[in-house]
Ligand binder design. Structure first.
Ligand code: FCB
Length: 499
């Protein structure tokens, strides 16, 4: 599956209207807001970010570390999947990838040079507990300890995402996320991290994009572990909601400095027309895709994500679970890649899915008005403003960190070795202009993490989609900071965009 269909599919998971819920613009008004804001030179010049704003970059363990079986690491579901012929473009694997496991000092030096203040990385569960439970593999834990120390030495905040999709295969063999026991195993893993690294790490995100890995791991089967049943998705998602709550408490118990949020993949959603049914469908999508792991934490209940009743029985919901799920997240982490337009499916379901979600009854479209990245997604900077403002209004102005935003562009070094990726500079600048507008309008955004530090293993797309601000030559591991990286480094130093 190419990146566009992957993201498109990753997004097609539910309901929701940025504007259809809670007193925002009506459908028609929101359609007018589809018009790009058209960043002017003046807006760029006037864009401001608060003192101490945390400029950062994000990666994930499976995508950059390599060293897939080094020092006692166990197998993960993504190892198994990428070692299965036919699953990844060009037969690529992440066995070596960017080799960050051995080259982290070089990568931290790049971030230091670019004035970064925050590095969002993830931990590989199978590196620390090779079979997902039981004794710690000290060498695996030591790697993260060295990484954290090296970041702190350079004045870069270590931001730990505990789980970015690479479940130990041994836990999948015990039923995977639909098995409720995983909530406890996962909290034990989180506690190991917090006990050992919590003296130095203050910011923890239990999960990356829980809606995506549960839906596409267990609902559609497009991602490993490739199981495809809506019931399994419901159970997996419920276990993850329990795990989020359990981990929150375990981390706080182990480290008094800890703050815990999470990193949610979100898309602002606009109803296709102003009709009541389209607005309701968009609201369902918002609930299902954007809020399914936030409402549970903030309010201890599932949002209204389905056309019918919430299927508690199919989820395996037990009395008392509402208390386990409910935890006051200290901040919200938000990824923004694109916007979506949703309409009601008239009692049917999404016809294009092989295993359609039988409960949300909607059509989801990626619009075509903006330019496209080389990954095929529409570029729509205005969406980050709408999303952040919606969350600010609906959750009483929480602290927000942008945990990922970026685009795939194929630019490579010219004859002088320079990577002039002008489209990525425009992408970052226009999104940041919109973000600064949200901050000026009252949103409490304190960090922005560009996706991503390095070109890396882009899941089923292998090495064919380059999202990095640094070019990686995978034949020899040579890193070349792209023009976008140099530009972003100047932005970070100046705290403004006209650099
Ligand atoms: C996000 C994922 C990240 C990366 C980017 C491009 O959905 O969190 O790992 O693949 O997309």
């Amino acid at each position: 599956m190419d990146r566009r269909s992957f993201i498109k599919n990753a997004l097609v998971v539910g309901t929701g209207a940025l504007f259809a819920s809670r007193g925002s613009a009506t459908g028609e008004a929101s359609r007018q807001q589809h018009v790009p804001s058209g960043d002017t030179q003046a807006q760029i010049k006037n864009a401001r970010f608060p003192d101490g704003f945390l400029w950062g970059m994000a990666t994930s363990a499976f995508q950059v570390e390599g060293a897939w079986n080094a020092d006692g690491k166990g197998e993960s579901i993504w190892d198994r999947y990428s070692h299965t012929p036919g699953k990844i473009k060009d037969g690529a694997t992440a066995d070596v990838s960017c080799d960050q496991y051995h080259r982290y000092k070089e990568d931290i030096a790049i971030m230091k040079r670019l004035n970064m203040k925050s590095y969002r990385f993830s931990t590989s569960w199978a590196r620390i507990q090779p079979s997902g439970t039981g004794p710690v593999n000290q060498k695996g834990l030591d790697y993260y300890s060295r990484l954290v120390d090296a970041l702190l030495e350079e004045g870069i905040r270590p931001f730990c995402t505990i789980y970015h999709w690479d479940l130990p295969q041994a836990l999948e063999d015990r039923g995977g996320w639909p098995n409720r026991d995983l909530a406890g195993y996962y909290a034990d893993f989180a506690a190991i991290l917090a006990k050992n690294l919590g003296d130095r790490i203050t910011i923890w995100a239990p999960f990356n994009m829980p809606a995506t890995f549960t839906y596409h791991g267990y609902g559609t089967g497009w991602n490993p572990p490739s199981r495809a049943s809506f019931d399994l998705f419901l159970k997996a998602a419920h276990t993850v909601n329990l795990a989020q709550g359990e981990a929150f408490r375990a981390i706080k118990a182990a480290s008094s400095k800890a703050t815990v949020g999470s990193a949610y993949g979100m898309e602002p959603v606009y109803p296709k027309t102003n009709s009541a049914v389209d607005r309701a469908a968009a609201a369902r999508f918002h609930a299902f895709h954007n809020l399914y792991f936030i409402e549970t934490a903030m309010h201890g209940e599932y949002p209204k994500a389905f056309a019918g009743e919430t299927p508690y029985e199919a989820m395996g919901f037990k009395s008392g679970d509402e208390k386990i799920m409910k935890v006051p997240l200290d901040w919200l982490g938000v990824h923004y890649y694109c916007r979506l337009v949703v309409s009601d499916a008239g009692g049917g379901s999404q016809e294009k899915l092989p295993n359609p979600d039988p409960m949300s009854q909607m059509h989801v479209e990626v619009p075509n008005e903006g330019p496209r990245t080389d990954g095929g997604l529409e570029v729509w900077p205005r969406g980050i403003y709408d999303l952040v403002m919606q969350l600010s209004r609906d959750y009483n102005h929480p602290i927000i960190e942008i945990t990922e935003t970026g685009g795939a562009y194929a630019d490579s070094p010219d004859e002088n070795g320079r990577v002039a990726d002008v489209r990525r500079i425009a992408f970052c600048r226009d999104h940041l202009t919109e973000l600064s507008r949200a901050i000026a309008d009252g949103a409490r955004v304190r960090a922005y993490h560009a996706w991503t530090l390095l070109d890396n293993f882009e899941w089923a797309d292998g090495y064919t989609k380059r999202f990095g601000l640094t070019y990686v030559d995978f034949a020899n591991q040579k890193r070349t900071v792209k023009d976008s990286g140099l530009w972003y480094g100047r932005v970070a130093a100046a705290n403004r965009l006209d650099v």
